[in-house]
Design a protein around this ligand. Structure first.
Ligand code: SF4
Length: 501
């Protein structure tokens, strides 16, 4: 009996940007008696079903974006006679779907670090349960990934997790509901041990794949300090101290290490934290800006963010502290108007964000937005390929609409066109070249241009283009430049590197 772990994708690029960490964590969670799992990441290449045999156990992790491909893979695996187990955020939210559409024998809900091993053993015994409740395990149970199973020279960035969960409650995000609002911080020694292993293997660029790297803000602490009971303040201060302890340890890693993470904008008001990030080699962060107007921020329950000139100042604070920002913006919010697109692009430029992504508001399951939208759609008769819009992830990729929620003043096509125009403008050659002055040498500037173009091809054209010819062209182009890009990120293996004291 062989265990397989599969990350489904309808597009393969030959080279991956970030290692799908869950594959290697579940490899660690696979009981040793069943041997090392065979790992297939379809963002590299498509699964060959002939590798699956009767009696094998096939684990498939899905989020909403790749659920449909996941179900195809599940059915193919079941036809081969394998035991099929689904997990991941989407399977957690809709456990019945993989059972009815994906050929699943079992679904693991929640964290898989512990439950996956139980499901594998039950399959091996021929008696899987339909549902395993993985729940939200404590941080000391998080498993380090099996990086020894990573194929060589396929990924640009490795990924390590330092915290699960986010205390915020943004309306378009499911993280706080699926991973919980209580930040679960992993022990600093476990994190650093895994990073040292990755550096030994030649990874210099590592994504800290956290929901929110800054789970305690200064405002949280000062609010807790005003309470009569000081217990909460003490708990928050202990969490903050742990973050600093981690960053002090990261600072002792070799100087050419580069980390990237995700963080809320509130960190811009915390110079001590930004300084510690910089010393810890955290050179970049994805910051969810979402909207540039107060009304837009209200639309997404993100009024802890800033708008207008204050927003520009906050984003610049990251840059001034030496941390590059990948700004994430959403278009299609109810308060958006045609002029919002240009205003957003202008703010992104003035705020000196190094990279940006412009996504169209999509109601994703598990979010507050989705629940509200689903209610309004109760009597909507629209079906595409027989699927109601409220199950949009089941619509074949090429027929899937790009905008779902009716907008008060703009049509779906107008939102898509304007979004595409903002991508085109932000990633025009002249603008990329201007931004490339954030690095010094000519070689580094050329690398910056290449990476910017790759980012745009992988995420913009394959995400929002309407015609499949354009998607295919972009995927081919991305495949071509992905390999040289990967070489830019590769580091020298450091087999002698020791864990810093
Ligand atoms: S969008 Fe970011 S800050 Fe908001 S809930 Fe999700 S992870 Fe937290």
């Amino acid at each position: 009996m062989q265990v397989h772990l599969i990350n489904p994708s309808h597009l393969s690029f030959g080279v991956g940007v970030i290692t799908p960490r869950w594959l290697y964590v579940l490899a660690a969670a696979t009981p040793a008696e069943y041997g090392d799992p065979i790992i297939t990441d379809e963002t590299l290449e498509t699964l060959d079903p002939a590798t699956i045999h009767a009696g094998d156990v096939v684990g498939i992790g899905i989020h909403t974006g790749n659920a449909l491909r996941g179900y195809e893979v599940g059915r193919a695996a079941r036809e081969r006679g394998a035991w099929v187990v689904f997990g991941g955020i989407h399977a957690t939210l809709y456990p019945d779907e993989p059972l009815s559409l994906g050929g699943a024998h079992a679904v693991v809900k929640g964290d898989g670090d512990v439950a996956w091993g139980v499901a594998v053993s039950d399959c091996a015994a021929g008696a899987p349960k339909p549902l395993y409740e993985g729940g939200k395990i404590e941080a000391d149970q998080f498993l380090p990934a099996r990086w020894d199973l990573l194929p060589p020279d396929r990924y640009m960035w490795a990924s390590v997790q330092t915290v699960r969960g986010c205390p915020k409650h943004c309306s378009f995000c499911s993280v706080w509901r699926t991973d919980g609002q209580k930040p679960r911080l992993r022990g600093t020694d476990a994190v650093v041990g895994e990073i040292v292993e990755l550096r030994r293997r030649g990874f210099r660029f590592i994504a800290l794949a956290d929901d929110n790297f800054y789970p305690v803000t200064l405002t949280d602490i000062s609010m807790a300090a005003r309470r009569a009971d000081q217990g909460q303040r003490q708990r928050l201060e202990a969490l903050r101290a742990e973050r600093f302890e981690l960053m002090e340890k990261l600072a002792k890693l070799p100087n050419d290490t580069v980390f990237f993470t995700q963080i809320t904008m509130e960190a811009a008001e915390d110079p001590a934290f930004l300084g510690a990030m910089k010393r810890a080699h955290i050179m970049g962060a994805l910051v969810g800006v979402e909207a540039v107007t107060p009304a837009g921020l209200k639309d997404v329950y993100k009024d802890f963010n800033y708008a207008g000139e204050n927003l520009v100042d906050r984003l610049r604070a990251f840059r001034e502290a030496g941390i590059h920002v990948l700004g994430s913006f959403i278009f299609g919010l109810p308060s958006d108007r045609p002029e919002t697109f240009e205003a957003t692009a202008a703010i992104a430029t003035r705020a000196r964000v190094t990279f940006a992504q412009f996504v169209m508001l999509t109601p994703f399951p598990g979010t507050v937005d989705f629940a509200a939208w689903e209610k309004t759609m109760e009597n909507d008769p629209t079906r595409i390929a027989g699927v109601p819009l409220t199950r949009h992830w089941l619509i074949p990729q090429e027929l899937r609409p790009k905008v779902y929620t009716p907008h008060p003043v703009m049509g779906a096509e107008e939102i898509r066109d304007r979004t595409q125009a903002v991508w085109d403008d932000f990633y025009s050659m002249s603008k990329i070249w201007e931004r490339s002055n954030c690095v010094k040498s000519m070689k580094a500037r050329l690398a910056f241009v290449l990476i910017s173009k790759l980012y745009r091809q992988m995420y913009a054209n394959t995400g929002i283009a309407t015609d499949s010819a354009r998607v295919n062209r972009s995927a081919r182009w991305a495949r071509l430049i992905a390999a040289p890009c990967r070489r830019l990120f590769a580091g020298q293996p450091m087999p002698e590197l020791q864990i810093p004291n």
